[in-house]
Design a protein around this ligand. Structure first.
Ligand code: IPM
Ligand code: MG
Length: 373
């Protein structure tokens, strides 16, 4: 009997629904041609959920996300929601999913496809052949630490404006060890090297980070090569010589920033997928959410300009990490590479020489045609 895979699709806002429509075509293709069986349900997140329910993620949607094998998310946010109270902003829906599903390991691969090496803002010789993986801690650190908030600072007469904004960087040793293990496991399947980034020179949480990563290395993964770098130097090294890296493991905030920098190395933010993984469920599959790294891009939403590749590659990661369908994941990634090397380009991939960009849907169709071939 074929395994059935359950998927919850949350297209979200902006270009989210447009790029997700192309993923749905890819899912249908695998069902029709590769004998896979997906139970697909759809729901709302972000501004779309706020418009319908007055909250960026309803309790019912949260419960559905907990019950499926994998969640596929498009993007959240948009200027329409800028004035909302902090707790109702679209981003809170995404952060709630990450936190309540306990998706502590966020995998952000940055690969520079040969056909796109000239599209990077860096020189071809710096980025060609780039293949690194950022493992970002996703459920702790300054994103979630307490105390937090904006308070009046009445007892401080020297504070012009009278307010104070507070966030807390807090990591437990257990939180650091579990994400370090994810990074070492992944490194063993790649180049066997991990570089850990923090600011141990100024932050106690950074000192603990370095000590705990070192502990996991010495006790459990001595076969993997480990190095440490201050995160500011890491940012510089990413644009100076990014091919020195195999796996980078870092905290929630540094990972957010470093992964945007890494994204530009690949030619376009429209290319980067991600997987957010938690502990194994009863069926052995990890809790999982897959989403493109790009945001909702409200400026191009509704214009058929968005590049669906990041979202399609996120589905390839679902095939790989949730379902163990490695051949299918390889085939989908190869189809994307093929289409790019054939010169098919969405608007974000137009070089200085110009040309005719394809629409979001045409890119999806070309990828499916490449799967057929
Ligand atoms: C990301 C995004 C999110 C983050 C936002 C949308 C909350 O920038 O996934 O990198 O800061 O984590
Ligand atoms: Mg980000």
């Amino acid at each position: 009997m074929t395994d059935r895979y359950s998927l919850l699709i949350l297209p979200g806002d902006g270009i989210g629904p447009e790029v997700m429509a192309e993923v749905v075509k890819v899912i249908d293709w695998f069902q029709a041609h590769r004998g896979m069986a997906f139970d697909v349900s759809h729901d709302l997140v972000g501004g779309a959920a706020y418009d319908a329910h007055g909250a960026p993620l309803s309790d019912a949607t949260m419960a559905r996300a907990q019950a499926v094998d994998a969640v596929l998310l498009g993007a959240v946010g948009g200027p329409k929601y800028d004035a909302l109270d902090f707790s109702l902003k679209p981003e809170r829906g995404l952060l709630r999913l990450r936190k309540e599903m306990d998706l502590f390991a966020n995998l952000r691969p940055a690969q520079c496809f040969e056909a796109l090496a000239d599209f990077s803002s860096l020189k071809r010789e710096i980025v060609a052949g780039l293949d690194l993986l950022i493992v970002r801690e996703l459920t702790s650190g300054i994103y979630f630490g307490e105390p937090r908030g904006i308070h009046s600072d009445d007892n401080n007469p020297d504070n012009e404006g009278g307010r104070v904004g507070i966030n807390t960087q807090r990591y437990t040793s257990g939180e650091i060890r579990r994400v370090a293990r994810s990074a070492f496991e992944l490194a063993r399947k790649r180049g066997n090297r991990v570089c850990s980034m923090e600011k141990a020179n100024v932050m106690e949480s950074g000192i603990l980070w370095r000590e705990e990563v070192t502990w996991v290395h010495q006790n459990e993964y001595p076969d993997v090569e480990l190095s440490h770098m201050y995160a500011d130097n890491g940012a510089m090294q990413l644009v100076r010589n990014p091919r020195q890296f195999d796996v980078i493991v870092t905290d929630n905030l540094f990972g957010d920033i470093l992964s945007d920098a890494a994204a530009m190395l690949t030619g376009s933010l429209g290319m980067l997928p991600s997987a957010s993984l938690g502990a194994p469920m009863a069926n052995g599959r990890p809790k999982a959410l897959y989403e493109p790294v790009h945001g909702s891009a409200p400026d191009i939403a509704g214009k058929a300009l968005a590049n669906p590749i990041a979202c399609i590659l996120s589905f390839a990661m679902a095939l790989r990490y949730s379902f163990g369908e490695l051949a299918a994941a390889d085939a989908l990634e190869a189809a994307v590479e093929r289409v790019l090397s054939d010169g098919v380009r969405t608007a974000d991939l137009m070089g200085p020489e110009g040309g005719h960009p394809v629409s979001t849907a045409e890119m999806g169709d070309k990828i499916i045609a490449a799967l057929e071939a």
